[in-house]
Design a protein around this ligand. Structure first.
Ligand code: SF4
Length: 172
């Protein structure tokens, strides 16, 4: 087993000390650097920097980060939830490590789309139906992962099908 022993510490995000959710930081007794490319091959939109190495991805509204000696999970409500999520992640990483001979490691990194590139593909009507004042504001939130394509009803229009397809191809 790659990960046998670990310690969980809960903290509030440094950018928001009054946050109602926690960040779970997990100190590992073992070095998991070698498994990162294999985990990267199994996650969607993984941001991977092999030189450090560090792998970050989002799943279910949470951000996950792996480094050689530590892991982190965001948006945790309490100690119990932290324990369950960390145990699930540890099991997943151990299973990936055991099966690594059947996996193709990935050193690719997903690149966040740029706000202006997204803006070019939006309807540009500033109709506010998405709940923000302009298409530019929506593009910024889309790029930051704070809004989804479904939040712009105009992208569902027939004449926006091509733009929608391009946005989907960008992994949004
Ligand atoms: S709903 Fe779509 S078209 Fe309207 S402002 Fe928002 S992003 Fe622009």
């Amino acid at each position: 087993m790659l990960i046998e022993d670990y310690e969980i510490e809960l903290s509030t995000p440094a950018c928001d000390l009054e946050s109602p959710v926690y960040m779970a930081k997990v100190s590992l007794a073992s070095d998991i650097g070698e498994v990162l490319p294999y985990v990267n091959a199994t996650v969607e939109k993984g941001e991977f920097v092999p030189g450090i190495p560090v792998l970050v991805w989002k799943d279910g509204g949470r951000k996950y980060a792996l480094r050689p000696g530590e892991m982190a999970i965001s948006s945790i409500t309490d100690k119990e939830e932290a324990g369950a999520l960390v145990a699930t992640l540890v099991d997943r990483i151990n299973a990936i490590w055991e099966n690594r001979s059947s996996l193709e490691p990935s050193y690719a990194s997903w690149e966040k789309p740029k706000v202006l590139d997204l803006l070019k593909l939006l309807p540009g009507t500033n109709c506010r139906e998405c709940g923000v004042p302009t298409c530019m504001a929506y593009a910024a939130k889309l790029a930051a992962g704070k809004m989804r394509l479904e939040d712009c009803p105009r992208l569902g229009d027939e004449d926006c099908a091509e733009q929608l397809s391009c946005l989907q191809d960008m992994g949004l």
